[in-house]
Design a protein around this ligand. Structure first.
Ligand SMILES: [Zn+2]
Ligand SMILES: [Zn+2]
Length: 564
């Protein structure tokens, strides 16, 4: 889910400041979610079937040798099935085609309940009538976070541009799901994950059916590094599975008492292995029975902290950090105003008072628990990549120590959320790095562009950078890259030559035609344009960046292989 952060060379500066509006929105969003008591049913447009498509031509096979292609190491293409199934409007595919999958939802337009939330999250005007199919006038859009961002023809466009791996994180959050009263599906996190596995299998079958039958499509689920190499060797897209859940295996914590056992963890990890899971986040957003979380910052931090209170029955507890690495500063720092607010809220019902934190680098007091150490060892035994993003400094440091003792390099940071010092240590130990897919240059809402982030991350490393990835976080309640102001003087020129060598014009999507310079990354297909634009803006670094990005899929799968 949303990484409200970029990798920095210093740890105290607030990154990706979407400013007051976004962070305030995040708080309001949680409040809206908390108070919501009913939702309108999701719209199901009639089955407007589209005819069979002509079989896509698969790019030249690449039977042996290193994979040449880029990786999106962090996406949520099946998130329409997560959180109970009601939060999002639109789906990445549907039996009835685009008209069914990307139809407007009453709940998300007009005075619909989620239309309000959509406006708050995006910091945009509340849409009067959201417009998807067939004009796509108002969604998908880079700042529309509750509408589908990964319709499969867009994924196909990015694959044609040179993408060879899409690592899809199955995503789950019980607290968010339970806030949405009326969710059609179970809020149990393992159930949320299972639904997404089923859904992806159906998505693969749907695309296969368009291309001549089982095994014929370009979208192939890969359950092992060998699968990835075979699929990429055929010139197709390997779709791998990760897990970004807040209480995996039922590992909720209440007042420091775990609600799961070592046996639950073993059973859950075995189930993940049966799905062919590549990557696991032991901790995500909230403190859980496995470890402490890396706090969100600003008012988003306050909102997520309220979630932490709902999940774990307590707010985050912090202490001064003992190294240069720190978790994020919190919005209610100890100032006369904040102290007054805290005093005023002390008369509120038990537990309703908001926490106030010191104004200094903060570290979550919680690190890896004994159950968390058991989970980390279980992940190493099964050769799964351990994701450090969202772990507190203490949790991540202990994980790195355990991996180092075991000589294990199966580590990953894939959407720029971990402390930079820990990410550097991970890289030196053999881990893989992908950065959030920021606009190439800084923009109003993104303090740092992808290029500066890449330069800062890769500078001064001892271990060479064979490959580098990006994490789109599509459908992860994250805004996608907005247009860069520099496009006015130096646009991406259409048609462009993608890294694969394919010449591509503006993307036509039903009645809509997208232009990256104006629309930003409105949805997945624009990653073809985005990666070309990032390379275009890299100046003298272009050749080196292209080598690393087009070596990204290879470097990621090699990291997975070494872990097994
Ligand atoms: Zn995510
Ligand atoms: Zn995340």
């Amino acid at each position: 889910m949303a990484p409200n952060d970029v990798t920095m060379t210093t740890t105290t500066r607030p990154p990706f400041s979407r400013g007051w509006a976004l962070t305030a929105s995040a708080l309001l969003a949680v409040v809206v979610l908390v108070v919501s008591t009913a939702i309108a049913p999701t719209s199901q447009a009639g089955p407007t079937t589209t005819g069979p498509r002509t079989s896509a031509q698969v790019p030249a096979a690449q039977p042996s040798g290193p994979i040449r292609g880029y990786i999106d190491a962090h996406a949520h293409i099946a998130a329409s099935e997560a959180f109970g199934g009601a939060l999002r409007c639109g789906r990445p595919f549907a039996p009835g085609g685009l008209a069914e999958a990307m139809a407007d939802c009453p709940s998300h337009s007009g005075t619909g309940h989620f239309a309000l939330l959509e406006g708050i999250l995006g910091g945009t005007d509340i849409p009067g009538g959201a417009q998807g199919f067939p004009t796509f006038a108002s969604w998908p859009a880079h700042d529309s976070q509750l509408h589908e961002q990964a319709y499969y023809t867009g994924i196909e466009r990015s694959w044609r541009a040179g993408q060879r791996v899409l690592n899809n994180h199955l995503v789950a959050n019980r607290v968010l799901c339970e806030m949405l009263v009326g969710s059609p599906h179970s809020c149990d996190e393992m159930d949320q994950l299972r639904r997404q596995v089923d859904y992806l299998n159906r998505m693969e079958a749907h695309i296969d059916a368009e291309h001549g039958g089982p095994g014929q499509g370009w979208f192939r689920i890969a359950r092992s590094p060998e699968d990835v190499r075979r699929i990429a060797g055929e010139g197709k897209l390997a779709v791998t599975l990760g897990v970004e859940a807040s209480e995996p295996f039922g590992c909720r914590m209440i007042d420091d008492a775990p609600l799961c056992t070592a046996e639950d963890i073993d059973r859950g990890l075995d189930e993940f292995a049966s799905w062919g899971v590549s990557t696991v986040f032991p901790v995500h957003k909230f403190d859980n029975a496995l470890g402490g979380a890396r706090m969100d910052e600003d008012l988003a931090g306050l909102a997520v902290n309220i979630g932490n209170k709902l999940a774990a029955q307590r707010f985050w507890e912090t202490r001064p950090c003992t190294t240069d690495a720190s978790d994020h500063a919190q919005p209610l720092a100890s100032t006369p105003v904040a102290d007054g607010l805290a005093a005023a809220s002390s008369g509120a019902p038990a537990g309703a008072g908001l926490p106030v934190y010191p104004q200094e680098p903060l570290c979550n007091v919680r690190g890896l628990t004994p159950l968390g150490e058991h989970a980390v060892r279980g992940l190493m035994d099964r050769g799964m990549l351990i994701n450090l993003d969202h772990m507190s400094v203490a949790s991540a440091t202990r994980t790195l120590d355990l991996a180092e003792e075991a000589g294990y390099g199966g580590l990953v940071v894939d959407h720029t959320w971990s402390d930079p010092a820990l990410s550097r240590r991970m890289h030196e130990m053999g881990g893989f790095t992908a950065a959030f897919a920021y606009p190439p240059d800084p923009t109003e809402n993104f303090d740092e562009g992808f290029l500066d982030s890449w330069r800062a991350t890769t500078a001064g490393a001892t271990r060479p950078w064979d490959g580098y990835g990006f994490g789109s976080d599509v459908n992860g309640l994250a805004p996608l890259a907005e247009p860069r102001p520099s496009a006015a003087a130096d646009p991406l020129v259409y048609p462009f030559t993608a890294p694969s060598g394919e010449v591509m014009d503006r993307w036509r999507f039903a009645e809509r035609v997208y232009d990256l310079n104006v629309d930003g990354v409105a949805q997945y297909g624009l990653y073809a344009d985005w990666i070309t634009d990032v390379l275009h803006r890299a100046g003298p670094d272009r050749a080196e960046l292209e080598r690393q990005l087009m070596g990204g899929a290879e470097a990621w799968v090699a990291t997975w292989e070494r872990a097994r």
